[in-house]
Ligand binder design. Structure first.
Ligand SMILES: C[S@@+](CC[C@H](N)C(=O)[O-])C[C@H]1O[C@@H](n2cnc3c(N)ncnc32)[C@H](O)[C@@H]1O
Length: 450
């Protein structure tokens, strides 16, 4: 498991909640509401998953936060596991599930009410992807969720569709599949996967989609994992290890977009005699980072503050700056499955604008001869190579190759010798791809001030 920060999840108020109406105290005379007997037929895990999926769909919370909130604390460990599997699984497979469900509707173009759509997705996900759930439980509890959510008229349709899903064969992988076909089969927006196929090739795009549909696994890239080091994705760790290796003698280090602090911890551990300043624009995220840093003795010396890296008037100079900018996060869809449902292509240009401002401002704080690592967890060239090109053009900053730094990390026994990273270096920059390099998709480039 990754050492997730304590996330203070926003607790939806009863008015916000689209939870199935299963109160045991509901009056029988209220015919517009489900009878209390319905509540007994739905497991607490499915009720919680339904509520969380509703909130995520309404943009009222992030799945990870909601799955670590009071909403799931009351569940038994087994129920919490099932709720997590349902929420993350439905978010990962939603596009593929909807496509399958649409084919089974009498009128495929009809728009389903959101509670009905969620009940159907949950049922279809269990039938198609969870081996240990009996089909009758997946089916009947989805029907009851639909009824309890105030959609009793749709229960017959939910029942009929899920019976057809259960009766049909599980979707198989076809030999000759178009990019559009595997994007849908693997629950991704077609436009996004077509971009990846263009940038990285069809096979890599397929590998990315497949990796995004799996639970994130523990890392295998590094010799030492956990213990004194944070358990973070290998790609994230690699960025921080490269930054530390880029300036081993650094005395002043600035992690300018630091929260929740995974890379800060690696920097503090590796650069044991450096002063490390970790800042973030978000007070809430900074507080989460501070709580996390307190768990590591060696991070006691890390100073932290709320700072907008784009507008800070401070003129202190640093030997090493890590500029791990906010981004679309398309390299992290396995851990953040809902990103794909909200993303619009315009987002990349919007992100790029603020990334350029942050990078340009951070570069001004780099001491002569100092090094800056610009990184993202995005797969999109607009947020990666193109930002660096735009900011570095005409400046006294030059790009350094990451290949030799990766080799050094292997020589020093930090990275495993057999870590397959030759394909992760493109044009001198780090470019990891999910499903290809065994970690999330990260981009990093090392810059040096003349
Ligand atoms: C990708 S996350 C950083 C992840 C972090 N480096 C880690 O490894 O745990 C980007 C962070 O940048 C912060 N951020 C966004 N705009 C910023 C700005 N103008 N100045 C400083 N931080 C900013 C966000 O609040 C977010 O915490």
């Amino acid at each position: 498991m990754k050492d997730k920060p304590n996330r203070g999840a926003g607790k939806p108020t009863p008015r916000q909640s689209a939870a199935p109406k299963h109160s045991a105290t509901r009056k029988r005379s209220d015919s517009a509401r489900p009878a209390p007997v319905v509540a007994a037929k739905i497991s607490p895990a499915r009720v919680a998953a339904f509520e969380i999926l509703t909130l995520v769909g309404q943009g009222k919370g992030h799945s990870d936060e909601l799955l670590h909130s009071a909403r799931t604390e009351v569940l038994s460990p087994e129920d919490r596991n099932l709720a997590t599997a349902l929420v993350m699984g439905v978010l990962r497979w939603q596009i593929a599930l909807d496509a399958r469900i649409r084919l089974l509707l009498q009128r495929p173009e009809q728009r389903l009410a959101e509670p009905v759509a969620i009940a159907l997705r949950m049922g279809a996900f269990q039938l198609l992807h969870l081996d240990r759930i009996p089909a009758h439980a997946a089916l009947s509890e989805s029907v009851e969720l639909c009824r309890a959510a105030g959609e009793p008229h749709a229960t017959g349709m939910v029942n009929a569709i899920l019976r057809k899903v259960a009766a049909a064969q599980k979707p198989g992988k076809r030999l000759h599949e178009s990019v559009a076909a595997f994007a849908e089969r693997l629950g991704h927006p077609q436009w996004l996967v077509e971009r990846w196929a263009k940038a990285y090739g069809r096979e890599a795009a397929l590998a990315i989609c497949e990796a995004d549909q799996r639970e994130p696994a523990d890392g295998v890239m590094f010799v030492e994992n956990g213990g004194d080091l944070p358990l973070i994705d290998d790609g994230s760790r690699l960025v921080a290890e490269i930054a530390a290796a880029a300036a081993p003698e650094a005395r002043n280090v600035w992690d300018c977009c630091a929260a929740p602090g995974g890379k800060t911890l690696v920097l503090a551990k590796r650069l044991a005699s450096a002063e490390v300043m970790a800042t973030d624009v978000s007070p809430k995220r900074l507080a989460q980072m501070q709580a996390r840093l307190r768990r590591y003795e060696y991070a006691e010396r890390v100073k932290s503050a709320v700072v907008d890296a784009a507008t800070s008037k401070d003129d202190a100079r640093f030997d090493l700056i890590l500029c791990d900018v906010p981004c679309s996060g398309t390299g992290t869809l396995a851990a953040n499955p809902e990103i794909r449902h909200r993303l619009k292509v315009e987002e990349f240009a919007r992100q790029a604008e603020r990334q350029k401002v942050i990078l340009a401002a951070a570069l001004k704080r780099l001491a002569p001869g100092g090094r800056l690592v610009y990184s993202t967890c995005s797969l999109e060239p607009e947020e990666c190579e193109q930002v660096v090109e735009a900011v570095v053009a005409g400046s006294d900053v030059r790009r350094l190759e990451v290949g030799p730094l990766i080799a050094q990390l292997k020589d020093r026994g930090v990275l495993r010798r057999d870590a397959e990273l030759s394909s992760a270096v493109r044009d001198g920059a780090l470019r990891t791809l999910p499903g290809v390099n065994g970690c999330d998709g990260f981009f990093a480039v090392v810059l040096e001030r003349g």
